[in-house]
Write a protein that binds this ligand. Structure first.
Ligand SMILES: [Fe+2]
Length: 524
């Protein structure tokens, strides 16, 4: 029990009994009464009587009045949760033994009530503190969850560490918090570096020194350093917490909370302030460490997956180019043109990016067309054309195996369908043809007309524009043709005089920059 609780009980008892009392502590040995006490003489002379009475009261818990010389002595037990007994000893000069006993019993009841109220107050304070801490913890976790929900691969793990650890400082009641990476290979793998967060005296070498000093203790469990003075390069530290992150026994990093913050002064909760770091702070730091480790791992996996998708796209387009060097660049131009058309149609940016990647892959099925047909210089026979017409289905079969790229399938399968239903492979018509495929059909035809082949020179731009305009409503979707004409005319107003179509494709980005940014922005 708090000392102020004992003092308050003593004061209350003295008020009721109207006499000054001495405080006696029984911890196996009775202490002598306070020398400043007015009745010291009486107490000292008959000390053995008081000692005997106190032992009795220690057993029963009930106050005792007894005759001592010409007066009445008494022992009143105080209420305490200590293993030690606290008593009041006093001498009453007037009244009767019976009336004193009754008064002592009444006082005992009052002290009981005081003690109960005080205990309830302590419990209430503890609950309030727990609620306040839980609330702060919940706020922190909610903020983190919100942030992590927005987290993409372009958030580096180091940025993430700052976003987790900066707000943790005030909740974990520490001035600075450091991330110390102990395993350099992991540092490289996760792209995480040692860093101190928060303003203060301590630098990263201080946190690293602390970790080094306690290395043998902290690989398996957190370390609480309260009043544990330790010499560091930049001074003497007295309070800190170290929590390992990663596998138990071989962590790859540590979180180090340095310097406990002074108690809050104006938030009304100052009475709850615990001057030492404890399990609350350790728990929070463990949560933060687990979050950081998991999220850094996820970011890495995410980046690896994107690299895999990019690698797949790269090798597939190289495979197409390798098969038919005469049409090199066709897929890239179709992709760019289709992307511009999608923008002209005011489609969402993510849809434009999807159409771009579908453009890159639209002829992937030509990998499966034999060389004597694919590379033939000159008009195809009907049989050969039937073989060529298989490429959308072959492309579909190839890409359907890749779940990450399945959004390109409608474009790959249907880019040779016609608005009037006379295309292939499914003879779809009108809006039954997926929008992506209708856009690719215009872009594909335009590029085929305006690029050269070994057996023919490319068509003049004005002629190609005219063919597309005239095909609106028969071969192509009239809305997409209208968008195409708007776009061509805005880029090349004097279309009759221009042979070179390159202004239509002008862009600072190389194909792979465009593909990479599409893969990133689609979070593939
Ligand atoms: Fe095609």
């Amino acid at each position: 029990m708090a000392a102020e609780g004992i003092v308050a009980q003593k004061k209350k008892a003295e008020e009721i009994l109207r006499v000054s009392c001495s405080l006696i502590l029984d911890s196996g040995v009775m202490i002598k009464p306070w020398p400043s006490h007015a009745l010291r003489g009486c107490l000292a002379d008959h000390w053995s009587d008081f000692e005997t009475a106190a032992k009795k009261v220690g057993l029963t818990g009930a106050p005792i009045a007894f005759v001592v010389s010409d007066n009445f002595g008494f022992i009143l037990p105080l209420k305490t949760s200590d293993s030690q007994g606290w008593y009041l000893a006093g001498v009453q000069l007037s009244g009767t033994l019976q009336s004193l006993q009754q008064l002592l019993d009444a006082t005992n009841v009052v002290l009981d009530q005081m003690y109960t109220i005080e205990q309830q107050q302590i419990q209430l304070d503890a609950s309030a503190m727990q609620i306040a801490r839980t609330f702060e913890e919940q706020c922190w976790l909610r903020e983190l969850t919100k942030h992590l929900g927005l987290c993409r691969s372009n958030n580096s793990p180091q940025q993430l560490a700052g976003e987790i650890l900066q707000p943790l400082r005030s909740i974990a009641n520490c001035k600075q918090i450091a991330l110390v990476i102990s395993d350099k290979r992991t540092s490289y793998k996760f792209d995480l570096n040692s860093e101190v967060f928060g303003d203060g005296n301590w630098q990263i070498e201080d946190a690293e020194t602390l970790v080094e000093i306690h290395r043998s203790e902290i690989d398996w469990e957190p370390l609480l350093g309260n009043m544990r003075f330790t010499e560091l390069p930049n001074g003497l530290i007295s309070s800190y917490v170290i929590v390992p992150i990663g596998q138990v026994g071989s962590p790859f990093a540590y979180l180090v909370a340095m310097d406990r913050l002074p108690p809050p002064t104006s938030n009304g909760l100052g009475f709850m302030y615990d001057p030492e770091f404890g399990s609350f702070e350790v728990g929070l730091m463990e949560e933060a460490g687990a979050l950081l480790s998991t999220q850094a791992h996820n970011i890495r996996l995410f980046a690896e997956t994107q690299q895999l998708v990019l690698g797949t796209l790269r090798s597939m387009t190289r495979a197409i180019d390798a098969r038919d060097s005469y049409t090199q660049g066709h897929s890239e131009r179709v992709a760019k043109l289709a992307f511009e058309l999608a923008r002209q149609l005011s489609l969402p940016e993510s849809t434009c990016q999807e159409i771009y990647l579908a453009g890159v892959l639209h002829d992937i099925g030509k990998i499966g067309v034999p060389d004597n047909v694919l590379l033939k210089a000159g008009p195809l026979t009907d049989e050969e054309f039937e073989v060529i017409k298989l490429h959308p289905v072959i492309g579909f079969r190839i890409i359907e195996q890749l779940a990450k790229l399945d959004f390109t399938l409608p474009g790959i399968l249907h880019h040779h369908e016609r608005w009037d239903g006379r295309g292939y492979p499914d003879k779809l018509a009108g809006t039954d043809i997926p929008l992506m495929a209708r856009i690719l059909a215009v872009a594909d035809s335009f590029d085929a007309m305006t690029s050269s082949r070994p057996y023919r020179h490319h068509m003049p731009l004005a002629k190609a524009r005219k063919i597309i305009a005239e095909g609106a409503g028969s071969q192509w979707d009239p809305d997409i043709v209208a968008a195409f004409l708007r776009w061509v005319d805005s880029r090349i107003p004097n279309v009759e005089e221009v042979e070179d179509v390159s202004p239509l494709y002008e862009s600072a980005d190389s194909m792979w920059e465009s593909v990479s940014s599409a893969v990133l922005s689609l979070n593939l």
